[in-house]
Design a protein around this ligand. Sequence first.
Ligand code: PMP
Length: 437
Amino acid sequence: IIAAFAARTPGSAAAYAEARTHFPGGVTHDTRFVRPHPIAVARAAGPRKWDVDGHEYVDYAGGHGALILGHAHPQVMAAVAEQLANGTHYGANHLLENRWAALIKELMPNAEMIRFTNSGTEATLMALRVARAATGRPKLLRLRGHFHGWHDHMAFGVTNHFDGTPTPGILENLAGNVLLVDPNDEAGLAAVMAAHGSEIAAAILEPTGSTFGQVPLRDSFVHALRAETAKHGIVLVFDEVVTGFRVAKGGAQEALGITPDLTTLAKILAGGLPGGAVVGRRDLLELLDPERAAARGVEKIPHQGTYNANPVSAVAGIVTLEILRDADAIARSHAYAADLRAAMNQALVEMGVPWAVYGTYGGVHIFTNWKRLPISPTGFDPLGLGYADLKVPRGMQTVTKLLLALRTHGVDFSPWPGGPVSAAHGPAELSDTVAAF
Ligand code: PMP
């Protein structure tokens, strides 16, 4: 499999050889690392992209989840091109940031106030800081395996450190302030709350489960977390960097009918350009307002950021959110994902391969260590599995071979393995994907 992939992609191999002289590991994002080499992409349009050797791929990288409308959507590109002619940065307030914010408020149920950032990592960093400032408490509660960006406070319980020890370069003493609970472990949640509830500033989670539901969360667990956080005065932060504008127009909070205190957004928010935001309760975000903080007798939380709400990201975000508001793109992406899951499971049954494909909303996850036979295309219940079943024995060699073999046959999945799908994917992409699979 590896030799076939390498033989087909000499241009990507050459690009990677140079990349290794520039970048640690030859990549600029950890999850792009793969041996013998990643594909080097030359261009992309709609649901497809092309590598430097001229091979076409059905794309399920989806701009790491930023591109629910597909690549180079004509309306988004036209708006960006028009804005480029008017400048990329004003170092000042502008009308586009107001329009962008008004749209977010229209769509996202808990958005009373907004502060823009440049990324999801910056958004979670700020949300947790706001929670600490508002409560005067030191501790954070998070769910094991949930990803909230790469800043210091969230470098526990992820990236092969599921035991809660810090990743390299992170201060040991931060670890004591981060409490880990296993997804769906209501008893564990109750125990942590009983022991530490009054010390916890914020609880943060990916509201449909880690990695867009790879380890799915039960709705009842999220409701329990809302009840416990309300009881203890803890700021509940929904990290909707992936789920925002993808699970529903109003994100997972709309789909679940749960109102968090703060929400972090990025990815789709900025229509494929860099951007993020913290949105939520007015009284919390007013801690960033110099006059209102002073009126409350507290020091304001500092926050800068050269590219916050830059007009190019703003127009891409505005056009994308308007399309999501006015058209059926989200529903079409969900329908495509459901069709793809069913078709891939059907193929697995026909081939007698003991894997399963699952997911909710627009998510597709390939589970390669399924042990219970026979599987049924519709009967897979990942909620019957524990965290360890889904997350730990991934069979990484199998996954890597699967990803490389799919690339050899013209499909580029995300390394979960799986993908966020887009509204641009249609019947041709479905049949090409299933044939390759
Ligand atoms: N939170 C979640 C749930 C994410 O998936 C990501 C990015 N994959 C982040 C935060 C960090 O966002 P960014 O990469 O924009 O910093």
